[in-house]
Design a protein around this ligand. Sequence first.
Ligand SMILES: [Zn+2]
Length: 124
Amino acid sequence: MSENKNLRKCTRCHSTKLEKYFSINTKGEFYKTCDNCRKHDVEYREQNKDKIKAKKKEYNENNKDKVKEYQLKYNEANKDKIAEKNKQYREQHKDRIRAYDRARTISFSVAIDGEINPTVTLVD
Ligand SMILES: [Zn+2]
């Protein structure tokens, strides 16, 4: 089966195109929208970052239980993948993580020794 002769329909612009005009997502499946539409999506997301972020936040706030449940389910189903990703991340950001841990230890000990400001805000 030569994949480039297969046709797919874009769910956004509803045009039927060869599969080569559709990218493949991280799950190894074709995106539902064609590359042309996705390009616009990416541009839109770039231009409306704050708006999208605010909407996401609002959604998460209004659907806390649902989001939590989904996250649990997702984590459960993707344990190995997440562990692998975490490992990769730690490997890639070794120095930063070490510096962060050090900073955290320092601010923590300062808070305890100084007894002035026991609330330590960690900024990542
Ligand atoms: Zn399209």
